[in-house]
Design a protein around this ligand. Structure first.
Ligand code: ATP
Length: 354
């Protein structure tokens, strides 16, 4: 079993705390993605798991064994870095076999493992090449191959796709996910890209400023964000956020700061009287000839769908329609809001109330 546990893990650089008490449970075989904005501490957490950074407090365990002071090579993990870290003077085959040679694996066994990994990753025909003779995507595959040959208990990935162009990134996302489905090795993956997290992870850990904001499946985070930070971070285009308060006479009416009345369902009594943010995902705004008029600010046809920014409740709001719309900025559209999917957040605490 190679489950991974972080228990009240802390890290300071000098007097500066960057990880402030993190608890994460990762089940055997799970694909977990740590996501958050730059500087939130996700790479530091991964490096502590790898043994590349010491731990200031708390406990990290792999397969039930506390590894806090265990050197990296005794942790039975393999890490794929952002810059791939390939040896330029070695061929693809030598790069992949290198760690096995260091560990004095028999040549025959090493060959077998390299062939197996090369087969999975489509590198069979490139084994004699040097890194400089490979494309970015191929280098990325060699870096993964090097991790696979070691057959580790846990794979660690630190922003492995950030040096690839957008199209290749999408293709590699699918490859890494497929690889995980095939090998079923526990995987911890760091990215700042929420789309990568949403599309690949079994479970996402959203971090911010050294703390965990929320842990859940991609759709749990999307449908039930715990707070304003997660709501704003997960989803693209992002959730619309409109400030205002509930109508004290009727909890089903939200009154935006500009006086616009917007529909709400299931607002809890505790929300009455609070300063609130009305959170609305773009897809829950739909075209409706009998609905409320909104002014178009920006209109972007993508072919398949149309993305718009409209003025709603005194804010700019994103919406996405699965049709072509023949209109210009300054003109008006009529829309409806699906009140059942509206969230309310308490401005003071950031917490979601419904
Ligand atoms: P990014 O996406 O930009 O890589 P991150 O979420 O991975 O960000 P970390 O690299 O873990 O963030 O850094 C977390 C914080 O720790 C940052 O404020 C960073 O400046 C600080 N930090 C990281 N390494 C060191 C170090 N060796 N010495 C001092 N401070 C550090």
């Amino acid at each position: 079993m190679a489950d991974v546990q972080f228990t009240d893990v802390r890290k300071s650089f000098g007097a500066f705390p960057v990880i402030k008490g993190v608890d994460i449970e990762i089940a055997d075989g799970e694909f977990v993605i740590l996501v958050g904005p730059s500087g939130c501490g996700k790479s530091t957490l991964l490096r502590m798991l790898a043994g590349l950074e010491n731990i200031s407090g708390g406990e990290i365990s792999i397969g039930g064994k506390v590894v806090n002071t265990l050197p990296p090579k005794e942790r039975d993990i393999a890490m794929v870095f952002q810059n791939y870290a390939l040896y330029p003077h070695m061929t693809v085959e030598q790069n992949m076999a290198f760690s096995l040679m260091l560990n004095k694996a028999p040549k025959e066994e090493a060959d077998k493992r390299v062939k197996y990994a090369a087969g999975i990753l489509g590198l069979d025909k490139l084994l004699e090449r040097y890194p400089r003779q490979l494309s970015g995507g191929q280098r990325q595959r060699v870096a993964m191959g090097r991790a696979i040959v070691r057959d580790p208990k846990v794979f660690l990935f630190d922003e492995p796709l950030s040096n690839l162009d957008a199209k290749l990134r999408v293709a590699m996302r699918a490859e890494i996910k497929e690889l995980h489905q095939r090998l079923k090795t526990t995987t911890v993956y760091v990215t700042h890209d929420q789309i990568e997290a949403m599309t690949m992870a079994d479970k996402i850990v959203v971090m911010h400023d050294g703390v965990v904001e929320q842990i859940g499946s991609p759709l749990e985070l999307y449908d039930r964000p715990a707070n304003l930070f997660v709501a704003g971070f997960i989803g693209s285009p992002s959730m619309n956020m409109i400030k205002g308060k509930l109508d004290p006479q009727d909890r089903n009416r939200f009154i935006a700061t500009d006086g616009t009345v917007l529909p709400v369902a299931n607002a809890p009594a505790e929300a009455v009287g609070c300063d609130l943010v009305y959170g609305l995902r773009p897809e829950y705004i739909t075209l409706d000839a009998g609905g409320m008029p909104v002014e178009i600010v920006v209109i972007e046809p993508t072919g398949y769908e149309t993305h718009l920014i409209v003025r709603l409740g005194g804010s700019d709001a994103n919406c996405v329609f699965r049709e072509r719309i023949n209109a210009r900025p300054g003109e008006t559209l009529n829309v409806s809001i699906d009140a059942a999917h509206v969230h309310l957040f308490d401005v003071e605490t950031g917490r979601r109330l419904t």
